[in-house]
Structures are given as structure tokens and as C-alpha cells.
Ligand binder design. Structure first.
Ligand SMILES: C[S@@+](CC[C@H](N)C(=O)[O-])C[C@H]1O[C@@H](n2cnc3c(N)ncnc32)[C@H](O)[C@@H]1O
Length: 256
């Protein structure tokens, strides 16, 4: 069995279509994991994945890389707080927001903090989605090691996190604002009328075709004038072809 047949079978069996992910990276990750567990070839590995939930879980964990942190790439969050959010709130004082590919929740909670600070008399609700249920379980628990909060300004740490031993826990009032849900960006339907979508450090593993199709769908999910916030290595070079306009580095506005 070759790589192509293996990922076809994986899709039939667990519903994740790996043809949308860059082949060299994916193939390397899968073969290294397979060998690390002592399996010689794809057919043997596939049989094991079907029979042993434990191996399947390891396989899924290895494919999705959940690294995240609060206020990741601080300059970009500063731009969001100082320039982008005030403009969004001017257009709509009750903005609808989505943290897409939220991993373990640090990004979603950071957004919740910023929205809480920027609004009064409004209970912001943030949709936060990821394909990985284990990451979502961690996100809901909201407990993080010190490293995750390294770049979060002390004001936010003090106000929205409590120290539990060596770790930090998100306070309940903030947790209530974030609605974590399982969602596959490559196949599940999107909600609409968002004022702001964050999709950061997610598409780096997608093929160019999958990335373009996703950005087109994000555009449709935004309201006119709505903003997409991408990751540092995910600049959209042909934004206008996708019906978007770059308004700042890493921020794209739906053009109509
Ligand atoms: C590196 S994390 C990014 C976390 C956060 N956005 C940040 O920038 O810190 C990438 C996340 O993308 C998720 N992901 C990968 N493919 C996905 C898909 N098809 N649909 C939804 N999430 C996906 C992974 O599960 C992982 O949690």
C-alpha cells in the first residue's frame, strides 16, 4: 500500500482528508510515527489504527500540531487592539467573532480579554473551533503552564488568570465567553456574518488549493467590511483575487 492509498483509507475510516495537507510534511510525520511504533508498512499500520483506539489517538495527536500561547506574536495583537478592534466596534458594537483552529484555547481567550476590555454593557461571545477534540478538552479546562502566558501583558494575567500552584487558570467569567466546538475547516459548514475571524498558524500545513478554497470560504463567512486575521507565515499575496484587501500586515478586509 502506498501513501496515496493509505490516506484514502484513512479518510474512509476517520473522515479526515489528508490530501488537503502538504504531502512532504504529512508523509514524513506519518512514516516517522509508524516506524517509531515498530510498524513496517502502511497496510500493517492501517490495520492497527482500525483495531486499537490507543494507536489511533496517537496518530491523530501527531498529525495536528497544537502549539499555541497567549498573545502569540505580540505586535500583531497590539495592532488588533489599537487599530483593528476600534474600527470593528465602530461598525458593530456587538461584533460576532470566530477563532478558527483554536487548538488549546490560548488565542480564543486572548481575544475574549481584548473584547472584554474594549466593550461595555456587552457580553462578547467567541466561537472557537478545532478539529482536535483533545486540544478542545484542554481549552475548556483553561489551565496553562507559565510558558503559555509569557507574552501576555501582566495587566491581563492579573485580571483574567488565577495562579494554581505552578499553573494558571482562566477565570470563569472569561471562560463563559468562549464557545469551544469541534469543527473541520476543510469540510464542515461555516456560520456567517462574522465581524472578525482569526485563523492563525493553521493553514501552514495545507496545500495551496486547500488554502485558497478556505480563504474564499472565510470571505463568504465575513460580513462586508469584516476582517480576517492570519498568522505570521500566512500572508495572502493575491488578496484582491479572493475579494479581500490587505489593511495591515496579517489583516485582510472583505471587499464588496
Ligand atoms: C499550531 S495550532 C494554532 C493555534 C492558534 N491558532 C495559534 O495561532 O496559536 C494549529 C491547529 O490547527 C488545527 N487544525 C489542523 N487542521 C484543521 C482542520 N482541518 N480544521 C480545524 N482545525 C484544524 C490543529 O488541530 C491545531 O490545533
Amino acid at each position: 500500500m502506498d501513501y496515496e492509498l493509505f490516506i484514502k483509507k484513512v479518510n474512509e475510516f476517520i473522515g479526515i482528508d489528508l490530501t488537503n495537507y502538504k504531502r512532504p510534511q504529512m508523509e514524513r510525520r506519518i512514516t516517522s510515527l509508524m516506524r517509531a511504533h515498530g510498524f513496517q508498512n502502511y497496510s500493517e499500520y492501517l490495520e492497527v489504527l482500525k483495531k486499537e483506539p490507543n494507536q489511533l489517538e496517537k496518530f491523530l495527536n501527531h498529525l495536528t500540531i497544537n502549539v499555541s500561547e497567549f498573545y502569540r506574536n505580540p505586535n500583531q495583537w497590539d495592532v488588533l487592539a489599537q487599530k483593528i478592534l476600534p474600527e470593528i466596534l465602530r461598525r458593530n458594537p456587538r461584533p460576532k467573532t470566530w477563532s478558527a483552529g483554536c487548538a488549546t484555547g490560548e488565542e480564543s481567550y486572548t481575544l475574549a480579554m481584548l473584547l472584554r476590555e474594549a466593550t461595555t454593557g456587552f457580553f462578547p461571545r467567541i466561537l472557537a473551533t478545532d478539529i482536535d477534540e483533545k486540544a478542545l478538552a484542554k481549552a475548556k479546562a483553561g489551565i496553562y503552564q507559565e510558558k503559555a502566558v509569557e507574552h501576555l501583558p501582566p495587566y491581563y494575567v492579573k485580571k483574567y488568570l488565577t495562579k494554581v500552584g505552578d499553573a494558571y487558570q482562566v477565570i470563569d467569567d472569561l471562560k463563559k465567553l468562549v464557545n469551544f466546538q469541534k469543527h473541520d475547516l476543510l469540510k464542515d459548514p461555516f456560520d456567517t456574518n462574522f465581524d472578525l475571524i482569526l485563523c492563525r498558524n493553521v493553514v501552514i500545513y495545507f496545500t495551496n488549493e486547500a488554502k485558497d478554497a478556505l480563504y474564499r470560504r472565510f470571505r463568504e463567512a465575513l460580513r462586508p467590511g469584516g476582517i480576517l486575521f492570519t498568522g505570521s507565515t500566512e500572508q495572502i499575496f493575491q488578496a484582491s483575487q479572493l475579494g479581500m484587501k490587505a489593511i495591515s500586515l496579517f489583516f485582510y478586509q472583505r471587499k464588496d
